[in-house]
Design a protein around this ligand. Structure first.
Ligand code: NAI
Length: 336
């Protein structure tokens, strides 16, 4: 069967890592028709919009996309493309597996957790006003509908993957109403799953400390949007950095797969980007499409390359001396 997948290269290192992932996916033997679509600063230059309507319509129509990161200007300029994309396509759940990867030097050797982040509201609603000069308010939105939906998603995820525990990070001691609602919805959803999935809560500052002290105590972490964004990068640091953590944005009818990392302008167009997180996101995509054999082939191939640990094949962020190209080639060769 041939699948149609939208390919959104994005900005910075996006084109480099998505090209690498596309090549590896094609080498796995799976049949994919790719629809190339502009997004981000590149799209602004050529189409006059960071998120052209035809990109949105194509992803909505085909239902699956592999996306590179996009650059978002800091403190000025257009709204975040990612926030808009996730809102427009109702990609309400971000799923980010954070695992110890063989052969990659990391702080811990036993990390096997999944971050589930609410993707549509919280402080990321981007609703900010200047009340009077020098006074800004930024709104944090929490709705019963979105909080309950992400909570049920997390428990369903546990049940379908044989996971045993959900831990919610929150700050309901201070944000009593918004995080309070999030907790209330999580507790209520848990009642339906109490016989199958354990549940606990941690104030996020303690949670972060626990995470860097002993990540093995966590299984599935459930967080609202803003906390999920920050804790994802923190967790990436536990297993070797942003180059090795994939992600998926899941909605009712659509799924967009992308690495956790950003557009890394400091290393763009130098051939230094680690393509692994994007390739791993591609593996998540293949599993989503039911192409589990191809997904396993790719996973075995990069595991073999990482375990062999030849510096000339690996990128610098994970201790190698190679390039995006040498890493990609090594993974493709390991599949042959
Ligand atoms: P970043 O993730 O782009 O980079 C942080 C550090 O990690 C940099 O030193 C970078 O070189 C390194 N890094 C990231 N990915 C790497 C990879 N694959 N291989 C090797 N090294 C890698 O985060 P930063 O600098 O905070 O953001 C840059 C831009 O990316 C911003 O405009 C931000 O808004 C955007 N961004 C976009 C995301 C997306 O589209 N999903 C996610 C996060 C940030």
């Amino acid at each position: 069967m041939t699948h149609t997948v939208c390919l959104l290269p994005g900005d910075g290192i996006g084109p480099e890592v998505t090209t690498a992932a596309k090549r590896v996916i094609e080498a796995s033997g799976v049949s994919i028709e790719w629809v190339n679509l502009p997004i981000g600063a590149t799209a602004l230059e050529f189409c006059g919009s960071v998120l052209p309507n035809r990109t949105l319509a194509a992803v909505a129509g085909h239902g699956v996309a592999l996306k590179g990161p996009v650059t978002t200007p800091i403190g000025r300029g257009h709204e975040s493309v990612n926030v808009r994309l996730r809102r427009e396509l109702n990609l309400f759940a971000a799923v980010r597996p954070v695992r110890t990867v063989p052969g990659i030097p990391a702080r811990f050797g036993n990390v096997e957790l999944v971050i589930i982040r609410e993707n549509t509201e919280g402080l990321y609603s981007g609703i900010e006003n200047e009340i009077v000069p020098g006074v800004i308010q930024s709104l944090k939105i929490a709705t019963t509908r979105a909080c309950s939906r992400i909570a049920r998603f997390a428990f369903d995820y546990c049940v379908s993957r044989g996971r045993r525990k959900v831990t919610v990070f929150h700050k309901a001691n201070i944000m009593k109403k918004s995080d309070g609602l999030f907790l209330e919805c999580c507790r209520q959803a848990h009642r339906e799953y109490a016989d199958r999935v354990a549940y606990n809560e941690m104030i996020i500052d303690n949670g972060c400390m626990q995470l860097v002290r002993d990540p093995s105590q966590f299984d599935v972490l459930l967080l609202e949007n803003f906390y999920g964004d920050i804790v994802s990068d923190l967790a990436a640091g536990l297993v070797g950095g942003l180059g090795v953590v994939p992600g998926a944005n899941i909605g009712e009818t659509c799924a967009v797969f992308e690495a956790v990392h950003g557009s890394a302008p400091d290393i763009a167009r130098k051939g230094l980007a680690n393509p692994l997180a994007c390739i791993m996101s591609g593996v998540m995509m293949l599993n989503h499409l039911g192409e589990t054999d191809a997904a396993t082939r790719i996973r075995n191939a990069y595991d073999a390359v990482l375990t062999a640990g030849r510096p000339e094949q690996l990128t610098r962020d994970i201790g190698g001396s190679g390039t995006t190209h040498s890493f990609t080639e090594a993974i493709i060769r390991a599949m042959q």
